[in-house]
Design a protein around this ligand. Structure first.
Ligand SMILES: [Zn+2]
Length: 174
């Protein structure tokens, strides 16, 4: 990228793919961790050789010690190679990280946090949550709202942002 004296103010010329990369860098990194996990699970032949063998021996020795305790776990571990296990851990960890990041993003997205009707821009007021809303609420704090405009009657969920963050929409990604 060419530098000029204006410095940081010329991001209008920045190509879209670069903006995309910058904005979704976190997700892309974790998606590549998922890809690595899938690779480890699929690519059995090469990775499970020498380098990790001593770890596997250690694990199977530990498993052997608890053999009489739980044969189901033992069978699972015996059928799972170390590269499989690492793959599962990477995928699980990356999915959790992506989910957390998505939650973080939603809580900073004005269209999900603005307490106005998305259809007619009227005032909306809180109504009782439905059962399924509570399941959503386990993952991200939401309230159900209904539009005060009688001809609209829109109803839906809005993400409730902690009060200290409200009034700082400038921090939200565009
Ligand atoms: Zn409305």
């Amino acid at each position: 990228m060419t530098e000029n004296h204006q410095g940081r103010r010329h991001h209008r010329a920045e190509p879209r793919w670069r903006i995309f990369l910058r904005q979704y860098r976190f997700e892309l990194i974790w998606l590549s961790v998922v890809a690595l996990g899938v690779f480890l699970i699929l690519e059995r032949m090469n990775i499970r050789v020498t380098l990790f063998r001593w770890v596997r021996d250690g694990i199977s020795a530990a498993v052997h010690a608890i053999e009489h305790v739980d044969n189901v776990i033992l069978a699972f571990v015996r059928n799972t190679t170390l590269s499989d296990a690492i793959g599962y851990v990477l995928i699980l960890g990356a999915l959790v990280a992506i989910a957390w990041r998505t939650r973080w993003r939603l809580m900073r997205t004005p269209s999900w946090t603005t307490i106005r009707c998305p259809q007619c821009d009227s005032e909306i007021h809180r109504v009782h949550r439905r059962v399924r809303d509570r399941f959503v609420g386990l993952l991200i704090p939401v309230n159900r709202y209904r539009c005060t405009n009688r001809e609209c009657r829109w109803t839906g969920l809005r993400v409730t942002v902690p009060s200290r963050r409200r009034g700082h929409p400038a921090t939200a990604p565009k």
